[in-house]
Design a protein around this ligand. Structure first.
Ligand code: PEP
Length: 259
């Protein structure tokens, strides 16, 4: 399978920004700029309280909805948590799992990310599973080791049948929100490694179907080169997703490369 068989995905991680009215406004602008094109899959991931208003705005367009987290249980005594089914009820299609901010600030382990990944897949939500090394780990030459541990830990029990739904986001922690981006070559090296690891886990044919996004200060100025890499199938975008014009410019970069 060639790269062109994988549709680019540009996903915006809005993090803990915007209230429901502000989120709806941003979503309206995103829909008006890129909601009609079908070359690139586009998804916005607002915070939980903003999902419903954004869901209404993106409905009927090519902009899909994602959440930034979920609990792995379906319901019960889990104060403050949200289940996959609750997200599906709001027409969410994607969920970001294991973001480095959740790993660092909320103690999410690979085992927790694994439970969430399995629960998301079971509920027909496409998991965007985030993995990536810290600066310290990179400087210690441990990138491959960290990626392998996180990927294998997150995907225990995941089979080839999940390949179309599964999305991996390689997000070097040192590049998130810092303005520092991995060079296209640095990113491609890790993406190729991830695809190779995926082949070992779910088979080579299924591994070719999995989209691997790059995340970490991706912006219109560096997107063309990153997205042109053989194993980079889109982006998970933080800062640049909070402005419709810069987010749309990233979608347009991917669109150019899809033709
Ligand atoms: C992110 O948080 O997933 C991210 C990639 O952020 P930024 O684009 O701001 O680096």
């Amino acid at each position: 399978m060639s790269k062109s068989a994988r549709k680019y995905l540009i996903a915006g991680n809005w993090k803990m920004n915007l209230n429901s009215a502000e989120g709806a406004e941003l979503a309206k602008d995103v829909v008006s700029l890129v909601g009609a094109q079908t070359d690139v899959a586009v998804c916005v991931c607002p915070t939980f309280t903003v999902l419903e208003s954004v869901s209404k705005v993106v409905s009927g367009s090519n902009v899909q909805l994602g959440a930034q987290n979920m609990h792995f249980e379906a319901s019960g005594a889990y104060t403050g948590e949200i289940s996959a089914e609750m997200l599906r009820h709001l027409f969410a299609n994607f969920v970001i799992l294991g973001h480095s901010e959740r790993r660092e600030d909320f103690g999410e382990t690979d085992a927790i990310v694994n439970k969430k990944t399995l629960a998301a897949l079971a509920a027909n939500l496409k998991p965007i599973v985030c993995i990536g090394e810290t600066l310290e780990e990179r400087e210690a030459g441990k990138v491959k080791e960290v990626i392998k541990t996180q990927l294998e830990g997150a995907l225990v029990g995941v089979t080839a049948a999940a390949a179309d739904a599964l999305v991996i986001a390689y997000e070097p922690v040192w590049a998130i929100g810092t303005g520092k981006t991995a060079t296209p070559e640095m990113a491609e090296e890790v993406h190729a490694e991830i695809r190779c690891l995926l082949a070992g886990l779910i088979g080579a044919e299924a591994a070719e179907k999995v989209r691997i996004l790059y995340g970490g200060s991706m912006k219109p100025e560096n997107a063309d080169e990153l997205l042109a890499q053989k194993n980079i199938d889109g982006g998970l975008i933080g800062g640049a997703a909070l402005k419709a014009s810069s987010f749309a410019a990233l979608v347009e970069s991917a669109q150019k490369l899809s033709k």
